[in-house]
Design a protein around this ligand. Structure first.
Ligand SMILES: Cc1ncc(COP(=O)(O)O)c(C=O)c1O
Length: 440
């Protein structure tokens, strides 16, 4: 088996002594097929990347057509049509203030680029003291050391704390366990007060605030209302601090709109995109920013104001070609409007999950949903992590042909957008059966 040689991400490899990794041989639509011919409904879109299902004929053709032209070429001193087209489309579809696109090759690097641009911008505009970032508790922005320095989840950072950049963690929204006792529908983001205070106290040293808009993915699909983002935008303007929107997980239709920022008419200084950008075909990322930022780097070479940052596979032409096709599919024939019945179906079926004794909250934003499992619905007491409730549910799911990968005690769903209503029902029914099998 592969564990003699391969070390898998975010995996206790010892677990594979009893449960070997699935050996996937092919994939089609929303299903993965292992070498024994078993099929699995991929309800987490292969780590949240897949939008149109696996092995999609249009995406395959776009990829093959580009392969016959050029597979890869460096992106300094050279450009190519797939990247030019993609940059133009992203600028057209994202908030109006975003006018420049910097390509890289994964979500963490998209974040690192935004952070480095922000720091260098402040240095080059006479604000060299602005060196820190504020991030939310529960926030997740990738796992390279720079991105980890913005991570508000202990599990990811505790082994590295002493080598990370010193940033500022801020208490963020926690709607399920709201300390103000409010409901998301009626709240005015009272919890923004911690961020307000941080901005006021640290404005001279703060370069930016980074945030996952509306859904904190790795924290367990924790969701909060847009009013928080509105407050953040106004406060960051007042205190002269950049806003970095990490739409790596929520972008490209997951919430029911193309981008959260554009849908809510927000104007982040930086917008980080990856994951769904190629609908799960190839690694690619983009960091979008404003002319104001770009101009601070634009000068004679001797001033050394250029942005010194590069990756070998930045703007890979194959990835850009697939991204262009995927974006065309997302934006034509009212694709996103036609998601509405699926979003409604997810809401309806989710009520079944909410009724279970162990589901403290079923929450949903567009095509993202999650059931938070608790020991006690009244007190909202969590299961201890050693119980590995999520892992046991994952194993039950595999037996029933559904690939889930719960985050701790949160069973979540981010299916490919092309999943059918019937398959949404199967996904929720199976999750219900698995939760019962493990916990009843
Ligand atoms: C919100 C968010 N930002 C950044 C990342 C990091 O992306 P990558 O895994 O491509 O480095 C992720 C990955 O899950 C994410 O969910």
């Amino acid at each position: 088996m592969d564990f003699h040689t391969v070390w898998h991400p975010c995996t206790q490899m010892k677990d594979h002594e009893s449960v070997p990794p699935l050996l996937i041989e092919r994939a089609d639509g929303v299903y993965l097929y292992d070498r024994d011919g078993n099929k699995y409904l991929d309800v987490i879109s292969s780590w949240w990347v897949n939008l149109f299902g696996h092995n999609h004929p249009r995406l395959n053709s776009a990829l093959k057509a580009q392969l016959d032209k050029v597979a890869h070429v460096m992106f300094a001193g050279i450009t190519h049509k797939p990247a030019i087209d993609l940059a133009a489309r992203l600028i057209e579809l994202s908030p109006d203030n975003l006018r420049k696109v910097f390509f890289s090759d994964n979500g963490s690097t998209a974040v690192e680029v935004a952070v480095k641009m922000s720091l260098q911008y402040w240095r080059q505009t006479g604000h060299a003291s602005k060196r820190k970032f504020a991030y939310l508790k529960g926030g997740y922005h990738g796992e390279t050391l720079g991105a980890l320095s913005l991570c508000g989840i202990d599990m990811f950072r505790e082994n590295f704390n002493e080598v990370l950049m010193s940033n500022i963690e801020v208490e963020g929204p926690d709607c399920y366990r709201c300390p103000y006792g409010l409901k998301p529908e009626t709240c005015g983001a009272e919890c923004f007060e911690s961020m307000q205070k941080t901005l006021a106290d640290h404005q001279d040293t703060l370069a930016g605030v980074i945030i996952e808009p509306l859904v904190q993915g790795a924290a367990g699909m924790k969701m909060y209302p847009p009013v928080y983002l509105e407050k953040l935008q106004s406060a960051c303007k007042v205190h002269n601090v950049h806003t970095i929107y990490d739409e790596i997980a929520v972008g490209f239709g997951r919430t029911g709109s193309l981008f959260v920022s554009a849908e809510h008419e927000l104007s982040p200084t930086f917008l980080c995109l990856s994951k769904g950008i190629t609908s799960g075909y190839l690694p690619l990322a983009a960091t979008l920013t404003e002319d104001e930022i770009y101009s601070a780097f634009y000068d004679d070479f001797a001033t050394m104001k250029l942005f010194v940052h590069s990756h070998s596979y930045s703007a890979n032409p194959l990835a850009c070609a697939v991204a262009n096709e995927s974006l065309a599919m997302l934006t034509e024939n009212d694709f996103l409007e036609k998601l509405q019945p699926k979003i409604q179906a997810l809401k309806e079926f989710g009520k079944r999950l909410q009724e279970l004794n162990w589901v403290g909250e079923f929450r949903q934003t567009g095509m993202i949903a999650a059931a938070e499992l608790v020991k006690d619905k009244e007190t909202k007491e969590a299961f201890p992590f050693e119980d590995r409730v999520g892992y046991r549910i994952y194993q039950e799911g595999l037996k029933r042909g559904v690939l889930m990968r719960p985050l701790g005690n949160v069973v979540y769903f981010i299916p490919p957008l092309v999943i059918s209503i019937e398959e949404i029902k199967t996904m929720i029914d199976t999750a219900t059966d698995c939760i019962r099998a493990v916990l009843d």
